[in-house]
Design a binder for this molecule. Structure first.
Ligand code: HEC
Ligand code: HEC
Length: 91
């Protein structure tokens, strides 16, 4: 059977959809950042239009292997705020 270019394109499109679906599922599972004293500075920084990459760099000052370890099965952990959304409705 001859593999058509169109078939490959369809396959690539399907693969892309699956990857996006997985990303969305992982994000849904992540709990939002608590809106408490410890995390208030991050809410304020983002509200002031802070750069997400810059802001989340500080997360690991507390969330590292000694102080507050992440769960063992934690997904790749750069860019915390992509998955852990800041709570829009502050408690
Ligand atoms: C000052 C130290 C500190 C910093 C900095 C910090 N955290 Fe936390 N974080 C904590 C502590 C302590 C807890 C557990 C108790 C709590 O809910 O406050 C926690 C809990 C969490 C939780 C779990 C919430 C839950 O429901 O179990 C998430 C998610 C989280 N932090 C994400 C972040 C992200 C993302 C950043 C960076 C934007 C960040 N934290 C920065 C101290 C910190
Ligand atoms: C790819 C998405 C993703 C990224 C990026 C990410 N996380 Fe997570 N995080 C998750 C998911 C999903 C869970 C729940 C894991 C589980 O239940 O096994 C989680 C769990 C946690 C928890 C424990 C909350 C609980 O269940 O009690 C903390 C704390 C946390 N993450 C902090 C961080 C910090 C800090 C960063 C950045 C250094 C980060 N995460 C980056 C997806 C992500």
């Amino acid at each position: 059977m001859k593999v058509m270019k169109r078939d490959l394109l369809a396959l690539a499109a399907a693969a892309a959809v699956i990857v996006v679906l997985i990303m969305v599922t992982v994000r849904e599972k992540a709990k939002p950042v608590p809106a408490d004293e410890k995390h208030r500075a991050f809410y304020e920084a983002m509200e002031k239009g802070g750069d997400r990459i810059e802001v989340e760099r500080a997360c690991i000052t507390c969330h590292h292997s000694q102080a507050i370890p992440l769960p063992k099965k934690h997904p790749p952990k750069e860019q915390c705020l992509i998955c852990h959304k800041l709570n829009k409705t502050k408690q």
